[in-house]
Write a protein that binds this ligand. Structure first.
Ligand SMILES: [Zn+2]
Ligand SMILES: [Zn+2]
Length: 137
């Protein structure tokens, strides 16, 4: 088991993960395009119990007009989005790859929500892509 560490751009927020990833994917949905700045959101999913903040506490945002919103974690100082908690994965923390100290270790296993994909988004031909979410196992 490896320890994975990361944090925000300014260093105010730091986290560590003691465990293995549950999944890794790139999400092309319209919401993620806002969150990333236009591209697909590249994320790793960890178990909530394996993830903890080691420095600082995240600011959070959740849409009040949705019954079951995603809760987004970000640095209140520099604005870096760390990741989110999603009602579709209630026991997980979804971490944005750009906040890892070693993002080069990341490899997406699938592309999801390609229904919203833009022409300038890149999807490797070696991974499966799904219009929405992959079918539940
Ligand atoms: Zn920061
Ligand atoms: Zn998305």
């Amino acid at each position: 088991m490896s320890i994975i560490v990361g944090g925000c751009y300014c260093g105010e927020l730091r986290y560590e993960v003691n465990g293995s990833q549950e999944a890794a994917f790139q999400c092309h949905c319209r919401e993620c395009q806002y969150i990333t700045g236009g591209n697909a959101n590249v994320v790793i999913v960890f178990s909530n119990s394996d993830f903890q903040y080691t420095k600082g506490a995240p600011s959070t945002f959740a849409r009040s007009d949705l019954e079951n919103p995603v809760i987004r974690h970000f640095c209140g100082v520099c604005g870096t989005g760390i990741g989110s908690r999603s009602p579709s994965r209630p026991k997980s923390m979804i971490v944005k790859v750009g906040t890892l100290d070693k993002p080069e270790d990341y490899q997406a296993q699938a592309a999801i929500f390609t229904c919203d994909k833009q022409a300038f988004h890149y999807i490797s031909e070696s991974i499966p892509s799904f219009e929405k979410r992959p079918p539940k196992k």
